[in-house]
Structure formats: structure tokens, C-alpha cells
Design a protein around this ligand. Sequence first.
Ligand SMILES: [Zn+2]
Length: 190
Amino acid sequence: MTKDEVLQLFKQSGALLEGHFRLSSGLHSDRYLQCALVLQNPKQATILGAALAARLRTISETPDLVIAPALGGILVAHEVAREAGVRGLFAERQDSVLKLRRGFQIEPGEKAWVVEDVVTTGGSTRETMEVVTQAGGIVIAAGSLIDRTGGRTDLGVPRFALAVLDIPAFSPDECPLCKTGSQAIKPGSR
Ligand SMILES: [Zn+2]
């Protein structure tokens, strides 16, 4: 699947939004990728997950499990895991810290792919990697549908994104849109 084919799916689904957004990282940006709109079509979710799994296989061995941060990554982990034929887990926030809940377990020595929908700063992926290593697991690769940092985020493991974009994001103090008096909205809040 080429980057253009991936972006075409996002555009067709109305998932590439323009405006003034507050991202989950806290940064502001004039564009937002609402992956839920692409993934609401299960066939599209399966196609994207299969494409990501196929590319991760070229940079890594097959893992024992795939894990993502909730909520945005859950469907991505599920679909990548389907293609890889392994378990798909998610970590979720409890008191703002990502944890394994719901009886999910990672055994010492188990190898994991950490996946996400969109990498903006790499923060959620790094936190999920920490969840794996704290459980004794080993992160062998990371993947995302979209990398909006122009490929600049270094996670310390091989990584791949189906589409690498360079979309600027700003701290609120430095946001040019805030300077015009515009209010950032949190996407998905309405
Ligand atoms: Zn702003």
C-alpha cells in the first residue's frame, strides 16, 4: 500500500481535518487526522492493519503480541495482530499513567510490536514501550498508520509508518493560530 493510497483512504473518509486543534499531546496544529473515521469501516481497518503488519515483518521478526495505547491505537493493534496471527493488547490510562488492565498479561521475554494510529510526538508510543519492558517484555519494532513528525521521532527500535507527513505542531504559547485570537478545539469532543 503506497502513502498516496493511504492518504486517499483518509481523504475519502473525511479523516483529514483542517482548522485549529489541540492534539492529545497538548500541542496545537492546523491539521488533524481523525483515524476513527477511517477505521469505522472494518474492511479499511483490516487493509491498513495488514499493510502495516506486512511492512513491520520486513524490519522485524514476528512478535508474540501487538500492543497499542488506548483508545486510538486499539483497532490498529487488533488489525495488525490479526494479520500477524498473534495477540492484540492495549494499555490504558489510570490516573494519567498507561497500564495493562483487564487481565492482559505480558510474559517475561515476550516480543512485542508497539503500534499507534498517529505519531505526533512519539510520547504515547514511548509510554507503551515502557509498559512492555516493565512487564519483562521486549519491544522489537514500532509502527503507526501515520507519522506526522516527518520521520524525525527516534524510538530506539526499528519503526515504520504507512504514511510519513510533516505537519507542524506548536506548544500553545507558540501557536500562530492562538496569536490570531482563535480557540483550539479538541477533536472528537463534538
Ligand atoms: Zn493554538
